[in-house]
Design a protein around this ligand. Structure first.
Ligand SMILES: Nc1nc2c(c(=O)[nH]1)N[C@H]1C(S)=C(S)[C@@H](COP(=O)(O)O)O[C@H]1N2
Ligand SMILES: [Mo]
Length: 261
């Protein structure tokens, strides 16, 4: 079951639990965090969000207001120079888990010959890319942990083009706010520019030394060890640079947009 339960109702423990989940991850000072989480009340949620909690809809609005606030806080706290941990080969999770909003046999089949990566928006060079052109760029590799909000994590080895190299190569406006992605399976997401330029953000073309397999995102995925699984789009077909917020598949259903891990 991949649908998020939106029936927050007016059940106080559930609302507070949801609010705590949104607030907790980015308060680094432990004693302040524990204090804030312990002392959070329904009144506090209403106050933080500027919404009355009179019905389901206003509860949802309040929680998404906290989530938007959390995006800003995460953006401020995100350190573009801090590196996510890397691991030795011996720690790679085998087999690496599959996840999508459908089952593994339904993963899209993309044909290499006809495939073109579309690049649009605030970029100087809007021409499309063939896979071999991306393979001809400098390649790098990393072994990092993928963390899914559904409660699992796994260590994997991805290789490909540093995304900051790609963005500079296409003459992207790196002062723009967002980079968005459209995928072959109708998935979509968008990320903040600071994360797009992070040294560990890869336009991944390989998994464990071989061409990225179909179910893990062929022909390419964006791999970011600084973000949760759902922010890492597989089967990327189009990349766009923009100052307009464009959300994402899970983000539009209530998942936090910044999605830092
Ligand atoms: N195109 C596409 N990308 C996607 C998804 C998806 O359904 N479609 N699911 C996301 C989620 S929730 C997770 S946890 C990871 C899973 O990647 P994996 O199959 O390589 O483990 O892909 C992310 N990227
Ligand atoms: Mo996920």
């Amino acid at each position: 079951m991949k649908t998020r339960d939106k029936s927050t109702g007016l059940d106080e423990p559930t609302i507070l639990l949801e609010a705590r989940k949104l607030i907790a991850p980015r308060i680094e000072d432990r004693s302040r965090r524990d204090f804030l989480l312990r002392s959070l009340t329904l009144g506090g949620v209403a106050m933080l969000s500027g919404c009355s909690l009179s019905d389901n809809e206003s509860v949802d609005t309040a929680l998404s207001a906290i989530s938007r606030f959390n995006d800003r806080v995460q953006g401020w706290l995100f350190n573009p120079n801090a590196m996510a941990p890397t691991y030795p080969q011996s720690m790679i999770t085998r087999p690496f888990p599959f996840n999508a909003f459908y089952s593994e046999d339904e993963a899209p089949t993309v044909e290499e010959e006809s495939y073109r990566l579309e690049v649009t928006g605030l970029v100087a060079d809007k021409r499309s890319w063939r896979l071999d052109e991306l393979r001809a760029m400098a390649q790098t590799e990393q072994i990092t942990r993928h963390i899914c909000v559904e409660g699992w994590s796994a260590i994997g080895r991805w290789g490909g083009v540093r995304f900051s190299d790609f963005l500079r190569r296409v003459g992207a406006d790196t002062d723009a706010k967002y980079v968005g992605f459209k995928c072959a399976d109708d998935y979509y997401t968008s990320i903040d520019m600071a994360t797009a330029l992070h040294a560990q953000t890869l336009l991944a073309l390989t998994y464990d030394g071989a061409t990225l397999p179909r179910q893990y995102g062929f022909p390419m995925k964006l791999r970011m060890p600084t973000k949760l699984g759902y922010k890492n789009p597989k089967h990327i077909q189009a990349i766009f640079v923009s100052n307009t917020y464009s959300g994402g598949y899970w983000e539009d259903q209530g998942y936090n947009w910044f999605g830092g891990s």
